[in-house]
Design a protein around this ligand. Structure first.
Ligand code: HEC
Ligand code: HEC
Ligand code: HEC
Length: 447
């Protein structure tokens, strides 16, 4: 390091700022953007163009074009940290921007939040890039599209046909792996041991014990309909299903195992060797492919055709009067603001104790998403659990501390809603929640 005498420092800093000030805006001119969604409807084309032009640098991995100053010292490290933080909270792929893969409900939900706050792109960035702010017209186009998409995502049935369209051969392979005990440390547990399809996709225990005998510190969430989640785990640390399986093998609370060991066990099995060669011609039995197959199978674990689905699809007789009243209360008391979308949850991270301090009252210790992000606003924040099949997935809450559905609803009524419900109202809501049970899987999944 060159030591600069203190009295010159202001000049040096002013000099750096001057150089940056000129070169940053000029560097904008070198960035060329191409249209990605040419073959899509005009409305989406416009949305895609805006996102590519104004958001892609920070929120994509495959499209980012960094302006010149990203290579300057100082500016470089700040800029890269910024991009990393941006990608970890909202990542859009080229496939989504070109319209080949639809934006997920979680994506749209987050976009809508950012638009409502009006804080994207960040103000520091706009200061350096003249044309990076969204103008009024662009804001209108984005907001209109988001609003329309959100309507599609509101409380609505799970479609009978699986719109994730998983690959049948990979699904069959994933199903076999999901039930295979060789994936756990001492070969005594499969994924299904804790995520039993007969027990609503979980195990009805407060805390599961893994193959190594270690007890989890959180209640096992269901795998049913988990494909809808914006991220996996109570704190959302796995960004998608595949990333979750990659972690599950070594997670002491799940398989407590080791990928090298697991892959070599599987390679000794002629059946697997053949199946993997068919489904994954390039690569065979690897951690990535095993995870991919299991994730593919999990995309078939959707449970449409509950009485609630039949009701939403127009069959008024599917719910009793009491259950219908419960549904109305569920909407009136804004449960659906957090428990939204087809799986009634899984689409956002929310604070436990929104209106009253649950942590003080109940002596909780798990700090939620904060443990992952260390951001103040993530303290006591958890992924909202899906309420599908909630009748079967007792006990409740991240720590399994509520033994019955009545207890869980009472906690929600007291801590998550502005005006607590009466005992009678709570009873009706519980009756409604029991209509979310279904043992029918979407069409591609045969069990
Ligand atoms: C200079 C980099 C940069 C640009 C350009 C940028 N963002 Fe961001 N964005 C960030 C960072 C950093 C975060 C994470 C920190 C935060 O939430 O404030 C973020 C977070 C987000 C989130 C997640 C918010 C949430 O509540 O989960 C969304 C959605 C988002 N940005 C949308 C956009 C959109 C839309 C654009 C384009 C109009 C855009 N961003 C442009 C840096 C950027
Ligand atoms: C010993 C019990 C156990 C086994 C075996 C197990 N899990 Fe889990 N699973 C858990 C626990 C506990 C969590 C929650 C951990 C957390 O949030 O930190 C979890 C979380 C998950 C989630 C996230 C769901 C959500 O809504 O966030 C998925 C998906 C999942 N497991 C799939 C699997 C798969 C696939 C396997 C097999 C490779 C597996 N699990 C094996 C206990 C288990
Ligand atoms: C502000 C967001 C928010 C609102 C509003 C809300 N919830 Fe929740 N709900 C959550 C979160 C977050 C959890 C997980 C908390 C935990 O596990 O510790 C949860 C958990 C639950 C559970 C337990 C599910 C399980 O599998 O553990 C039930 C049942 C539930 N909510 C029902 C309701 C009902 C009924 C209402 C309306 C009276 C409601 N919620 C309102 C965010 C919300």
């Amino acid at each position: 390091m060159v030591r600069i005498p203190a009295k010159f420092r202001p000049f040096v800093i002013a000099g750096i700022l001057f150089v940056l000030g000129i070169s940053l805006p000029i560097s904008n001119l070198f960035i060329h953007r191409s249209q990605l969604a040419k073959d899509q409807p005009a409305e989406f084309q416009k949305v895609s163009d805006i996102l590519v032009a104004k958001c892609a640098d920070c929120h994509t991995k495959d499209l980012a074009q960094y302006p010149l100053y990203y290579d300057f010292p100082i500016a470089s490290s700040i800029a890269h940290a910024n991009v990393k933080s941006a990608q970890s909270s909202f990542l859009i792929s080229k496939d989504k921007l070109s319209g080949r893969v639809p934006f997920s409900e979680g994506d749209v939900e987050r976009l809508s939040r950012a638009m409502a706050k009006g804080d994207m792109p960040p103000i520091q960035y706009i200061a350096l890039h003249w044309d990076s702010a969204l103008n009024e017209k662009e804001q209108r186009i984005l907001s209109k599209w988001i609003e329309k998409r959100l309507k599609e995502f509101d409380l609505r049935p799970i479609p009978k046909e699986n719109f994730f369209r998983p690959d049948p051969a990979r699904v069959a392979l994933g199903k076999k792996l999901f039930h295979d005990k060789r994936l756990s440390e001492n070969q005594t547990q499969s994924c299904a041991s804790c995520h039993s399809l007969q027990r609503g996709g979980a195990d009805q225990l407060q805390f599961s014990s893994s193959a190594g005998g270690k007890k989890a510190s959180v209640n096992t969430p269901t795998v049913l309909n988990a494909a809808y989640n914006i991220a996996q785990y109570w704190n959302g640390r796995a960004e998608n299903m595949k990333a979750q399986v990659l972690e599950a093998i070594s997670n002491p609370a799940e398989m407590n195992s080791d990928w090298n060991e697991v892959c070599s066990r599987l390679r000794n099995d002629k059946d697997y060797d053949k199946l993997f060669r068919e489904s994954y011609p390039n690569g065979g039995i690897t951690a990535s492919n095993v995870s991919d197959a299991i994730a593919e199978y999990e995309h078939t674990l959707l449970t449409p055709e509950s009485r609630y689905d039949r009701f939403l699809s127009g069959d008024q007789t599917a719910l009793t009067t009491e259950e219908r009243e419960g549904f109305e209360l569920f909407k009136k008391h804004e449960c659906f603001v957090c428990h939204t979308g087809p799986s009634l949850g899984g689409l956002s991270f929310e604070k436990l104790g929104k209106y009253k301090d649950f942590y003080n009252d109940e002596g909780q210790t798990n700090l939620g998403r904060f443990e992952l992000t260390h951001r103040k606003e993530d303290l006591h924040v958890f992924k909202v659990p899906s309420l599908r099949n909630v009748e079967l997935t007792y006990p409740y809450m991240h720590d399994g501390s509520a033994k019955t559905l009545e207890e869980a609803v009472r906690i929600m009524s007291q801590y998550q809603t502005e005006k607590p419900m009466t005992a009678d109202e709570e009873r009706k809501v519980v009756a409604f929640l029991r209509t979310l049970t279904s043992t029918t899987f979407s069409t591609e999944a045969k069990h």
